[in-house]
Design a binder for this molecule. Structure first.
Ligand code: TTP
Ligand code: MG
Length: 405
């Protein structure tokens, strides 16, 4: 059964909030700017867009394009406050909500829409509720995945509602310029254009080998996008959002250092991967050890920085084990990451860290597509071979979301 994903995106969000809080600005062409001197327009009301005002213009450019534009200094607190309230509205229709940005959210309504009279009824109710409560127009897009839901919303802007059903996807994409797709910016669209690929239809029909050649692993994603395929699931916050952990009862009781290390690396990878998937980073690594007599230890270490990098988590777990004098064989091991913050997905400034981030993304992409541990760390494989403890048939199992104090 095809999924039904709903994308809600506020229209001219910051400007709409400003117009709502100051009635004199309603219906007027306004541009929201920062409070500093060298600031740009973060958004313009639709009244201002008609005169050519665009996000990213600096004040001087904007004044030249449209001298009567009203500048309003933005207030982030107002916007985050509204964003939190919007989430509550979405939660009335499904628990599977991903607040993607300050004014966009994705809702998986596959299993709940029938309770509310269908997808379009949910869309209309959300629009009406937001308008009544906040005086803001929003656009709702729906589709079989995030990519198509987002596209539907973009195509329906402003104040629209559009549902692109699975059977309509091919037709919608056929002549659509590639840059209309979420995730294809002007640089990629230029590179595609140099290959003679202008529409999504053409992109979807391009041989994967050619795209892989030009774009590496991202080439496959691009081809899928051209076909309207997107496997990225909605990222729901972890249940308690306090920690992400994984523990497992071992197939045999162990004592040997290299076996412990092999399991810790595997557990760290599971924790790192899940933390990355949820879009979080953590600063506290905890190690759980249960001896054969069931005595259980939980020890923690605080890292110098927030991370979701498998190896940093693993190094943290190793530091903890170094400080423990094992009194017996171990029957259960667990690793967890806590003190979580949302990963803002910033690109690291240090080249080495940047490379690592891309490596992790590539590994996650492959493992998401082909299955857990299809690609993994060399040291894990070496230890696996040497220790001989992990059978190829072994599958990750154990307690998820271990909460540690
Ligand atoms: P968008 O949803 O991209 O834009 P928008 O809501 O203003 O307009 P649209 O009707 O096209 O959806 O961004 C949401 C808010 O985020 C926007 O109101 C201002 C802010 N923003 C920035 O602060 N910096 C930016 O570069 C962009 C694009 C947006
Ligand atoms: Mg918006």
């Amino acid at each position: 059964m095809s999924k039904i994903i709903l994308c809600a995106d506020m229209d001219a969000f910051f400007a709409s909030v400003e117009q709502q809080t100051n009635p004199r600005l309603r219906g007027k062409p306004i541009g929201v700017i920062g409070s500093g001197g060298r600031t740009v327009i973060t958004t313009a009301s639709y009244e201002a867009r008609k005169f050519g005002i665009k996000t990213g213009m600096n004040i001087y450019e904007a004044k030249k394009v449209f001298p009567s534009l009203i500048f309003v200094v933005g207030d982030n607190e107002k916007y985050t406050h509204t964003c939190k309230k919007l989430e509550k509205i979405y939660n009335q229709f499904t628990p599977d909500v991903e607040v993607y940005s300050i004014d966009e959210a994705f809702l998986d309504i596959t299993t709940t829409h029938h309770l509310f009279g269908g997808p379009e009824a949910i869309g209309r109710t959300i629009k009406k509720t937001i308008k009544e409560k906040f005086g803001i127009n929003c656009t709702i897009g729906m589709g079989p995945n995030i990519l198509i839901a987002k596209l539907a919303s973009d195509l329906a802007k402003p104040d629209g509602l559009r549902w692109i059903k699975s059977e309509e996807v091919e037709d919608v994409l056929k002549d659509l310029p590639v840059k209309e797709l979420w995730g294809i910016g002007s640089k990629i669209s230029e590179r595609l254009s140099a290959l003679g690929i202008r529409t999504c239809g053409e992109l979807g029909k391009t041989p994967a080998s050619l795209l892989r050649n030009k774009f590496g692993i991202y080439g496959e994603t691009l081809k899928a996008m051209g076909m309207g395929i997107c496997n990225r699931a909605i990222q729901i916050k972890p249940e308690d959002a306090k920690s992400v952990g994984h523990s497992m009862t071992l197939p045999e009781d162990i004592w040997e250092r290299e076996k412990i290390e092999a399991y810790l690396l595997m557990l760290s990878e599971m924790v790192g991967r899940r933390t990355r998937k949820y879009g979080y980073m953590g600063k506290t690594v905890s190690l759980i050890i249960r001896y054969t007599d069931f005595e259980t230890l939980v020890k923690q270490i605080t890292l110098s920085d927030f991370t979701n990098d498998t190896h940093v988590i693993y190094q943290g777990a190793l530091k903890i084990i170094d400080r423990i004098k094992l009194k017996d064989k171990i029957r259960l091991l667990g690793v967890s990451l806590s003190s979580l913050i949302k990963d803002l997905n910033q690109i690291p400034l240090i080249e080495e860290e940047r490379k690592r981030k891309y490596i992790l993304q590539a590994i996650d992409y492959i493992n998401d597509k082909y299955g857990d541990f299809k690609i993994t760390w060399g040291s894990y494989m070496i230890q696996k071979r040497n220790s001989g403890v992990i059978s190829p048939a072994w599958r990750p199992s154990g307690v998820k979301n271990v909460s540690v104090k």
